[in-house]
Design a binder for this molecule. Structure first.
Ligand code: MRU
Length: 349
């Protein structure tokens, strides 16, 4: 993988462990603004308003978040530290419900915290240090997973293919490289001529604002289309494969991803185009047998009726349906690619 494709990590620790530097994704593609998260409001607002977004990036931000907030709390007694830790974990967990990486990262931080506490002589300074190291480890493992996802996923691709993707599962959605876009970056560094079609991704336009931005920046041939143009594009024979990211994968392979993903999977099945999902194993929800039990985030009606428009585009008080994710049935997924390999239906991770 060519590291030179990226000038920065989307999420990184700063200010001697007292802040988290993120690229504010709500400002893209027009402005590249970095902000520093330091207090509870900074973290909860950044995650809920999608300044930092994408399942792995949310998990990494929350892991750093709990370590930074504990450090900045200045708490001196272990008893108070314990109750503050539990409070912050709950606060961060409540920011977004669907991406399981958030839960997995926070559970891992808690597990590490309990391990550290087994040393009865441990100091608050040592706890802070070890929690920060754990968050760093989560980020490093994510980068490593993305490299392996690229290696595994590229075995399903060929030079000169045209790939359709939805939402943003690239460098911006993780810490470095991406999941669905990682094999595209790897293909680029091998000199392959992959062409990408990026769905706009209503209502928050992650495809238009983020995927188009980061692929163009990396010199990859990318074409933008509205979400309702996919059938037309596929019927013209212009798509060889679909690759998307994922927010939660059930044990049977049912996959939650950005709203609109399941329609693309249905269309891909109709047009006999392979439909691939790429993500780290931290996106697997071992507690869910199928996707039926997934909690789907519902977002504000204004994202549909007003946002992006100079004047409101729907009658006042119109009822609005705005789920942020949908679930693609495992039978529609040709393969799920993780850092551990390429899995095919029936799924057994
Ligand atoms: O609401 P978002 O922008 O956080 O949704 C993101 C997605 O649906 C991505 O496809 C998914 O998180 C995979 S990111 C590697």
């Amino acid at each position: 993988m060519d590291e030179a494709l990226f000038e920065y990590d989307s999420v990184s620790i700063c200010n001697n462990g007292q802040g988290l530097k993120i690229l504010d994704q709500t400002k893209l593609p027009n402005e590249e603004v970095f902000i520093i998260l330091q207090n509870e409001d900074d973290f909860t607002d950044a995650i809920t308003s999608l300044k930092v977004r994408g399942a792995p990036a949310i998990g990494i931000a929350a892991a750093y978040g709990i370590s930074i907030l504990m450090y900045n709390s200045g708490i001196k007694s272990i008893k108070d530290y314990r109750s503050e830790f539990t409070k912050i974990k709950k606060l961060l967990l409540n920011t977004r419900p669907t991406a399981v990486n958030l839960l997995n990262a926070l559970n891992r931080m808690e597990y590490r915290f309990f391990q550290i506490l087994k040393d009865k002589d441990v100091t608050i300074e040592e706890i802070n240090q070890k929690l920060q190291e754990e968050a760093e480890l989560i980020k490093c493992e994510d980068i490593d997973s993305n490299i392996k996802i690229a290696d595994n996923a590229i075995t399903l691709l060929k030079p000169s293919m045209s790939i359709l993707t939805h939402c943003n599962a690239g460098h911006l959605a993780v810490s470095r490289f991406g999941t669905a876009l990682a094999p595209i970056y790897l293909a680029k560094s091998k000199g392959w001529n992959i062409k990408v079609y990026s769905c706009e991704t209503r209502p928050l336009l992650q495809g238009a604002r983020l995927t188009s931005f980061e692929l163009m920046r990396a010199g990859i041939d990318v074409t933008l289309l509205c979400d309702n143009m996919v059938s037309s594009l596929m019927s013209e024979g212009k798509i060889d494969a679909v690759i998307t990211g994922c927010d939660r994968i059930a044990r049977n392979g049912d996959t939650a991803n950005k709203i609109g993903t399941s329609s693309i999977a249905v269309l891909a099945s109709y047009y006999k185009i392979p439909f691939y999902v790429a993500g780290p194993s931290t996106t697997i929800d071992n507690d869910s047998l199928t996707g039926d039990s997934f909690v789907i985030e519902q977002r504000s009606p204004e994202e549909i009726t007003e946002m992006w428009y100079s004047v409101r585009m729907a009658p006042k008080n119109i009822k609005v349906y705005n789920p942020a994710f949908d679930v693609t049935k495992s039978q529609l997924i040709s393969a799920i690619i993780t850092e551990k390999g390429v899995f095919k239906y029936p799924y057994n991770f």
